[in-house]
Design a protein around this ligand. Structure first.
Ligand code: T3D
Length: 262
């Protein structure tokens, strides 16, 4: 059986590769289910301390598989809200709530929901030849999978609006310049850099990294006072962790800390 998702685990890093290259790794229900199962494993397995998401072949992900959306004029329109509710929204929510870092290595075009799922990752690296495309306007849809949330927050309303309405390919270097992603890197360095970053993250205080996600993602919706309260509460949790104890001991003993992720 061909699998839509390839999964491997090494040195605390779970690598998830979207694997429908003939369709630019676009989503069908099987790929959704397999991706979710891999992320469930990341959540439940303490040995996984970082997730790396990438795509096989020349694309990262072209969003929804449109070959499953062909319609005759007489067909009753499909309820797209139902697929969003069943698959895309739970995926984005789960990724953001996962208390471990998710790094995305965008190896080629990221279009439609594929672009926004990349933006939902915590740190995004992209090959210089990769691009981001809010393809929705081309087919009469609106950005989903968090696009209308992430784009204005990351790049500002003016850019979000033009990216959504014009549906032009945004090269990776421009995405970096606009602050949509962390870094555009040479194509032949992408996987090396992404893997090295993930291996490093997998040695870091995982619990604290998870709490950082919680704080930073809450910031967009909080007042300063609310955010300060949240930071106090999260610092209380981090301060009770074995990794905090280890970090302070290592500093005082002038040695490298060995974090367990607890
Ligand atoms: O429906 C719901 O449940 C609601 C949820 C919606 C979420 C969404 O993501 S809606 C947006 C869907 N995605 C798109 O509209 C993007 C469609 N694809 C493209 O615009 C282009 O393929 C790209 C700009 C991404 C890449 O262009 P290019 O020229 O590099 O490649 P290509 O030749 O167009 O594509 C290569 C192959 O992949 C091709 O197949 P072929 O002709 O070689 O057999 C193409 O049909 C296939 N492919 C690309 N994207 C999709 C796809 N097949 C199915 N679905 C796709 N989304």
């Amino acid at each position: 059986m061909t699998t839509s998702i390839l999964v491997s685990i090494d040195a605390g890093v779970q690598t998830i590769t979207l694997n429908r290259p003939d369709k630019l790794n676009s989503f069908n229900p099987g790929m959704h289910v397999q991706l979710r199962a891999a992320l469930d494993e990341a959540a439940g397995n303490a040995a996984i301390r970082c997730v790396l998401l990438t795509g096989s072949g020349r694309g990262f992900c072209a969003g929804q598989d449109l070959s499953e959306r062909e319609m005759k004029e007489t067909d009753t329109p499909r309820d797209l809200g139902a697929t969003i509710e069943e698959y895309y929204n739970p995926l984005v929510k789960f990724m953001q709530a996962l208390p471990k870092p998710i790094v995305c290595a965008v190896n080629g075009v990221a279009a439609g929901a594929g672009a926004n799922i990349a933006l939902a990752c915590d740190i995004v690296l992209a090959a210089k030849s990769a691009s981001f495309l809010q393809a929705f306007a081309k087919i009469g849809l609106v950005p989903d999978s968090g696009g209308t949330y992430f784009l204005p927050r990351l790049a500002g309303t003016a850019r979000a609006m033009a990216l959504a309405m014009l549906a032009e390919k945004l090269p990776a270097a421009d995405a970096e310049r606009m602050g949509l992603i962390w870094k555009a890197v040479d194509d032949d360095k992408l996987m090396m850099e992404a893997t090295a970053m993930c291996k490093h993250l997998a040695t870091q205080p995982t619990r604290a990294l998870g709490l950082m996600k919680q704080a930073i993602y809450a910031a967009g919706d909080n007042t300063l006072a609310g955010q300060l309260d949240l930071e106090r509460d999260l610092q209380r949790k981090a301060g009770g962790s074995p990794d905090y104890r280890e970090g302070v001991s290592a500093f005082l003993e002038k040695r490298k800390p060995t974090f367990t992720g607890q």
